[in-house]
Design a protein. Sequence first.
Length: 149
Amino acid sequence: MHSETPSFAKRLSGRFDGMIRQEDAQRLAHTIANLDGWYLVEPHTDPPAQTVDGPTASRHLEQLLEEILREESGVWSTMVYVQNQEDPWIVKVFHPRRAGCGCGGQGGIVPWWVLSRIKPEQIAEWQPASCRTADKPTKGALWKKWLSP
């Protein structure tokens, strides 16, 4: 019996491990350099049609890591997630200050970049329309209610 490979969208919602130490993320970049066929996916844009080689994908990840460290003033936080550290197929990278619309309750937090060895597809939750706020304003923010006597 032949089992079908899960789609890009299905894999995105699967289990991921966070890269807690800088050394782990650097090791991941080294692993990526040895694997070709990476799509560099920027949410809110059309999925790329062409892949890049491993060294190009690795350099891209290293540039993202440098930006995260600049934004976090050299203090590392978990912003990189991978499905399998030894055999990576999808890597999600989140920017500390560009997490998308998750805080507004209008959908999940959108990755800054996704590196994928699986052909990407449009993700509805990544589209700007899914992050719109309601047309009708709400009556007072919840945090204001918590602070009032």
